[in-house]
Design a protein around this ligand. Structure first.
Ligand code: D5M
Ligand code: FE
Ligand code: ZN
Length: 472
């Protein structure tokens, strides 16, 4: 047995400093002969003993691992940045903020008039452009979409004809999103026949940033520690793999634990029935991952914080057993990894999108992420399944444009590129639950998506079988 103090002292005795990763490795090996071999074999001019000096540590195989130290910056959603209790009156500011900001993105592409101006007789049967918040969405008996659009001056009904090009876009309209509409006003001035729907969107010219230096991040979600369907063996395979892989960052987009009292009858599906113990167990799992990893953890709807979004980060009283290389962020959070911005969002609004959009299903979360990017909003609809916290500012808008949008929640993996942004749903580490069986949701468990920060290329690693499989 070798303890870390003995190892550090042994090197100090020979006037050598030693990298913590090396100490950790030697302590794990517990092999005194190996320690002596390292001490006697390091070149004479060595100041710090690094991985490359240790036979079998396997860390110098591609020469890239320690070229850069992990570099993480939390741009939005750092610990403690939300959570103040506000009142209903603040929603007025909230929607005003959303309208001003997202409307501004559309305004740069067209010249819109205030909705109250449509009342003037001279605009009847004329071409008009408006920008507003969708207040209601309905299907007509003939299958067209009729939506009410509202700005600070008034409301107008807009009709999207199902036989016109672009109708598929109109079918994805959600209450409370900000849109622009070009169309012709009816003869009574009360209805706008839409020719074109404009969303805040990502410009075609958008060129994502890529890192100048090598670096890889692993994206995962929905671990659900404490549930009897948590895939502990798959996790162990993942844990072993990541210990020997050239990964600098591990990001998890929520549902870290299964929680307590999240759904009726949950108790009978829990192997750990205490919320502190669930987090402790997860902390211990993370303790056995390499300490060089920067681990970024956001909450989801199963975690211990309030459900209303933005969700605060996991409070310290639950994270005592987590290693020091963990960073706790809010949901959502915008995180920069070597300059590559990853927007982490658990993805509860996908439930609302599926409920409100014809043809949308749990089988494929990719279109939902694409629509989030087009809307430049993670969760526009207020008052359905996604609770939104009272605030004077809208923290769920997508701005700046991230290089990567990362979600989870639906437990189904999906990857899609949209205007240069990579959108990833990372799946889950939980097998199908009884509830999901009832809902006919078929999860894609035990996937880790490796993101290359220099190319933004994703590679899927599947740990669900006995052997790890790289899916490409
Ligand atoms: O969500 C796991 C899966 O279950 C995900 O696909 C969403 C679905 N789900 C969860 N709660 C609901 C409700 N209330 N309605 C419809 N679908 C739901 P998780 O957050 O891990 O429980
Ligand atoms: Fe989940
Ligand atoms: Zn969830």
């Amino acid at each position: 047995m070798l303890d870390t103090e003995t190892i550090v002292q042994r090197f100090l005795d020979t006037k050598l400093q030693v990298h913590p990763e090396v100490v950790r490795y030697l302590a794990e090996k517990g092999d005194n002969d190996l320690l002596e071999r390292v001490v006697s074999s390091v070149p004479g001019d060595t100041i710090v003993v690094l991985a490359q000096h240790v036979p079998g540590m396997g860390l110098s195989k591609d020469g890239t691992r320690f070229l850069t130290d992990p570099e993480v910056e939390i741009i939005n959603g750092s610990e403690g940045s939300s959570g103040g209790v506000l009142g209903v009156a603040d929603y007025l500011h909230y929607f005003r903020h959303r309208y001003d900001h997202l409307g501004g993105l559309i305004r740069s592409r067209c010249s819109a008039m205030p909705i109250e101006a449509l009342k003037k007789p001279r605009y009847r049967e004329e071409k008009c452009t408006i920008i507003g918040l969708v207040s209601e969405v309905k299907s007509t008996t003939k299958g067209h979409r009729r939506v009410d659009v509202e700005d600070a001056t008034g409301t107008v009904a807009v009709l999207f004809n199902k036989d016109r090009p672009g109708f598929a876009d109109a079918e994805t309209l959600l209450p409370d999103e900000v849109i622009g509409v070009k169309g012709s006003l009816s003869s009574d001035g009360k209805l706008l026949f839409a020719d074109q729907l404009m969303r805040p969107d990502i410009p075609h010219s958008h060129a994502p940033y890529t890192s100048d230096t090598p670096g890889k991040a692993v994206l995962i979600s929905d671990i659900h520690v404490g549930s009897d369907t948590f895939l502990d063996e798959a996790w162990d395979r993942f844990s072993q793999w990541i210990s020997g892989a050239d990964i600098s960052y591990l990001l998890c987009a929520g549902d870290l634990v299964d929680g307590i009292g999240i759904y009726p009858g949950q108790e009978s599906e829990l192997t750990i029935k205490n919320i502190y113990e669930q987090y402790d167990f997860f902390g211990e799992l993370l303790q056995s991952l390499p300490s060089r990893l920067k681990i970024i953890l956001a909450p989801g709807n199963h975690d211990v914080v309030r459900g209303a979004e933005p969700q605060p980060s996991i409070p310290r009283k639950f994270t005592g057993k987590f290693p020091d290389n963990c960073v706790f962020v809010e949901n959502p959070a915008l995180v920069s990894l070597q300059g590559v911005r990853v927007l982490m969002y658990h993805g509860r609004s996908i439930d609302d999108q599926i409920g409100l959009t014809p043809g949308a299903s749990y089988e494929n979360p990719s279109p939902m992420m694409e629509w989030m990017l087009k809307r430049r909003h993670l969760a526009p609809t207020y008052g359905r399944k996604t609770p939104i916290a009272a605030d004077r500012q809208d923290h769920l808008m997508i701005d700046p444009i991230p290089e990567v949008l990362m979600t989870g929640h639906v437990h189904v993996m999906g990857i899609v590129q949209y205007h240069g942004t990579l959108a990833v749903n990372a799946g889950t580490w939980q097998s199908q639950t009884a509830f999901q069986k009832q809902m006919n949701i078929n999860p894609t468990p035990a996937r880790a998506i490796v993101l290359d920060l220099q190319t933004l290329a994703p590679t899927v690693y599947d740990f669900s079988g006995e052997e790890m499989v790289v899916l490409g």
